[in-house]
Design a protein around this ligand. Structure first.
Ligand SMILES: NC(=O)c1ccc[n+]([C@@H]2O[C@H](COP(=O)([O-])OP(=O)(O)OC[C@H]3O[C@@H](n4cnc5c(N)ncnc54)[C@H](OP(=O)(O)O)[C@@H]3O)[C@@H](O)[C@H]2O)c1
Length: 217
């Protein structure tokens, strides 16, 4: 059976995907010592027989605009966008060979709605969504689908600081139309669904798993 490549496989949402999916995964993560996004990604040279890719690495770098340095923007872009581009470049021929492959990127509600202190991460996640749509168009004939999941605040390692007190948790719930914090399992479920995008006639989509945050007032 063709496998799914997980980049950033130790992320909380990636772990939830692995726990709840029947797929076979190839797992690469910085914290496992088998992924260096700053390098030439030669660790991907031996990856074969894949029909899926999920790119998880991301940041939540929230600061008032005047506090954001050029390096913040560059680092957020490198981790969220450039890393994804480099990985896709490395494995696109393998994905094409499978004659029906699906790539999933993880964006954020901040790509599409204005939230204070999100100038850098919002810029990077918007860029990721733009890249996904362009790649979806470029690779339809090659039968490689590109889709995006865009969660709002979800309870993971990345959001620990934003949810570290009961007061912060309650305030975050209150800001959400469905009055909940995101559950990594629910985000993972949508990723699992999008890994069958080719079978389901879907490409170039951004799916908002966000309790209505993107579309409701
Ligand atoms: N949690 C939220 O509220 C939320 C909301 C919207 C979008 N997202 C997105 O969801 C995705 C998954 O994040 P998560 O919420 O599951 O948080 P997480 O558990 O903290 O996962 C983030 C992952 O990014 C990886 N990473 C960061 N910088 C990296 C680098 N330079 N090289 C390689 N890996 C790097 C980390 O890898 P290691 O563990 O190997 O160090 C970590 O596993 C991210 O793209 C994030 O932007 C999350």
């Amino acid at each position: 059976m063709a496998k799914t490549l997980l980049i950033g496989a130790n992320s909380t949402i990636a772990q939830a995907l692995q726990e709840n999916s029947d797929r076979e995964f190839i797992c690469l993560a910085r914290s496992e010592g088998n992924l260096n996004l700053d390098g030439d990604l030669s660790e991907l040279d031996d990856v074969t027989d894949i029909n899926g890719l999920v790119y998880f690495p991301g940041t939540i770098n929230l600061k008032p605009f005047t506090m954001l340095k050029e390096d913040d923007f560059l680092n957020d872009f490198k981790v969220n966008v450039l890393g994804a581009a480099k990985v896709v470049k490395k494995v696109i021929n393998q994905l094409k060979e499978s004659e029906g492959a699906s790539v999933v990127f993880i964006s954020s509600v901040a790509a599409n709605i204005g939230l204070p202190f999100h100038a850098s991460i919002g810029a990077s996640k918007s860029a990721l969504e733009g890249m996904a749509r362009s790649l979806a168009a470029e690779y339809t004939n090659a039968k490689v689908c590109f889709n995006v999941v865009a969660p709002s605040l979800t309870d993971t390692s990345l959001s620990t600081n934003l949810l570290k007190t009961d007061r912060l948790v309650e305030a975050s719930k209150e800001r959400n139309p469905m009055k909940e914090i995101g559950d990594p399992q629910k985000v993972a479920k949508t990723i699992d669904f999008l890994l069958d995008a080719h079978k389901n006639w879907m490409t170039g989509q951004v799916i908002h798993v966000d309790g209505g945050m993107n579309n409701l007032k």
